[in-house]
Ligand binder design. Structure first.
Ligand code: ES4
Ligand code: ZN
Length: 317
């Protein structure tokens, strides 16, 4: 069964070394690595923060609208080869505005490429702006207010970056998003405990949880996620690369499926973690011996969890 829906993907995490070097060169930026091989040698991570440091450093070569459009188109072209037909992509707007790139430049490039996606790649898309949990919540609120004034089609809001400190201060951001009819997701239970998953459900009112793998440590929480059919967007290769788990063989996917959790398979930051969504599914299938039934359930979960209207849902099913 082909994966058709991708719900947990950071656009900046699709920035491949070849494109990083090409964009740096045309923008007259000298990278602190001599060549692509030297850069790739840094792709061995000890944890989330260690990865994020490189992720933010690399995206700093993105300066012009064209850079953001090229990044987005390169992802869509690769996603099409992976069999993706619908993608809801995350974009870390504050990682660009905080270094002087205007929101309309960054979002202009991304949204131009997304607007052409159905025609060029046969992939329907949605844009989810993700706010950075390591920055003050007031910055996120100001950022969302600015984005809402721009003429950019927006599907939803999310929360990502280091899972430190409470998510509760971001409640005003999520309340504003809800008031504007935006969909709401958040990273929780990746490096952080199950309590973080409860917090984003109870305080932020999220409709999906990104990662959420550590929800398994809390039986009552799992019962609730199952009963309310709250999807978890899992990212297996990411979890292994960032040492959330030792290896794919330990991935508790079957346990999650048997418990009735609405789990989906996604790629997170595929340029950094060794594979796009097709590779995540392929390796999991190999290592865990997933059955056709299990793969079908995963694909159906993706369609159920997507923020699409009934007509598009029926097309994807
Ligand atoms: C991320 Cl793997 C991961 N976790 C949290 N925030 C992120 N942003 C980009 N990748
Ligand atoms: Zn993520």
């Amino acid at each position: 069964m082909m994966p058709t829906v991708e719900l947990h993907l950071h656009l900046e995490g699709t920035f491949e070394p070849e494109l990083i070097f090409a964009v740096a060169e045309r923008n007259g930026i000298t990278l602190p690595y001599g060549d692509i091989e030297e850069l790739r040698r840094r792709y061995e991570f000890t944890g989330l923060q260690n990865f994020l440091d490189l992720y933010y450093a690399n995206m700093a070569v993105l300066r012009h609208e064209q850079d953001f459009a090229d990044l987005t188109r390169a992802y869509l072209a690769r996603a099409r080869r992976a069999g993706v037909r619908h993608a809801e992509v995350f974009f870390d707007i504050q990682a660009h505005t905080s270094r002087g790139v205007p929101a309309e430049v960054a979002l202009g490039g991304v949204s131009e490429a997304l607007a052409a996606s159905e025609r060029e790649f046969g992939i329907s898309t949605g844009l989810i702006v993700t706010f950075l949990r390591h920055l003050p919540a007031e910055d996120a609120l100001r950022s969302l207010e600015e984005i809402l004034r721009l003429d950019v089609p927006l599907l939803g809001v999310g929360l990502c970056s280091s899972e430190v400190g409470p998510a509760a201060p971001f409640k005003p951001v999520y309340d504003l998003a809800r008031a504007h009819g935006l969909r709401r997701v958040a990273h929780a239970g990746e490096e952080g405990p199950a309590a973080n998953v409860r917090e984003v459900l109870d305080v932020l009112g999220v409709e999906r949880v990104d990662h959420g793998i550590r929800a398994l440590e809390d039986d009552a929480l799992v019962d609730r996620l199952v009963a309310e059919r709250v999807p978890l967007t899992l990212c297996p290769l990411s979890n292994v690369r960032l040492r959330v788990l030792d290896n794919l063989a330990e991935y508790p996917l079957r346990r999650m499926l048997e418990r009735g959790l609405v789990v989906t398979i996604n790629s997170d930051d595929p340029a950094y973690f060794g594979g796009y969504v097709d590779e995540n599914v392929r390796q999991l299938t190999d290592v865990l011996g997933l059955s056709l039934d299990e793969l079908t359930t995963l694909a159906r979960n993706g369609v159920e969890a997507a923020f699409v209207d009934d007509a598009r849902r029926a097309e994807l099913a």
